[in-house]
Ligand binder design. Structure first.
Ligand code: IYR
Length: 230
């Protein structure tokens, strides 16, 4: 590859080779990927079966291929399998969730999530073999100096989307969990001051008897507006 480097105003560029596919192959791949992704569900009942750490690491590496503002990749993925840490995280999360469910969440909010039948108990935080705790970095350190990051929330969100897709396509179950507030994750995992918790993702296999709510996704017609030449 290195022999293909071209300099643009002194910055190295390399050719991009777009894969060439026929129209029918593209349509088939579009349908196949849609079917694959439509089958993904948020799982709250995990089995304790162990998961290959190398597979999870590769999925996290896949997440890091997502586009990010100025290519800063403003995140840290913490991969937690230590049962003592998982227990600490569960206890702290349940404490916050108890407050949220009994005092902080509005009636409208509680009504909206009733079909999911969730409550403040979060056993999956101990049962799932892995917890991926994603932190966003508003800035980085270059020695003592602070270096800015850009579009941090968008960048971390895109990386988490890639991560969920990667985990699903290898055959692993996951949940996007956001105990609120979740500052406790910074202290339990001893993260530096430039990192803020973004998402807590238990990863593993769904329990054999796992149930998921029978909820429907909106049809594309409700979510899409097309602008075509008349
Ligand atoms: N964080 C709580 C409540 C909750 C909120 C939303 I928005 C959901 O889609 C699901 C749950 C919990 O995890 O139980």
């Amino acid at each position: 590859m290195s022999q293909d480097v071209t300099f643009v105003n002194g910055f190295p560029f390399i050719p991009y080779h777009q894969p060439v596919r026929s129209a029918s192959e593209m349509a088939e791949r579009a349908n196949r990927f849609f079917e694959e992704m439509s089958a993904r569900r948020s799982i709250r009942d995990f089995s304790a079966d162990p998961v290959d750490r190398i597979v999870v690491l590769k999925c996290i590496e896949t997440a890091t291929t997502a586009p990010s503002g100025a290519n800063k990749q403003p995140y840290t993925f913490c991969l937690v399998s230590d049962p003592h840490l998982k227990k600490q995280i569960r206890e702290a999360a349940e404490k916050e969730e108890y407050e949220s469910y009994t005092k902080r969440m509005s009636d409208e909010w509680l009504d909206d999530i009733r079909p999911l039948q969730t409550d403040w108990h979060k056993p999956f935080l101990e049962t799932a073999p892995y917890l991926i705790v994603v932190f966003k970095k508003a800035f980085d350190f270059a020695g003592a100096a602070k270096k800015n990051n850009y579009y941090v929330t968008e960048s971390v969100g895109l990386a988490c989307g890639f991560l969920l897709a990667a985990l699903h396509q290898v055959g692993l179950a996951a949940l996007t969990h956001t105990p609120s507030p979740m500052n406790f994750l910074s202290s339990i995992l001893q993260r530096p001051e430039n990192e803020r918790p973004f998402l807590l993702i238990p990863v593993g296999y769904a329990a054999a008897d796992a149930l998921v709510p029978d909820i429907k996704r909106k049809p594309l017609s409700e979510l899409l507006v097309e602008y075509v030449e008349n």
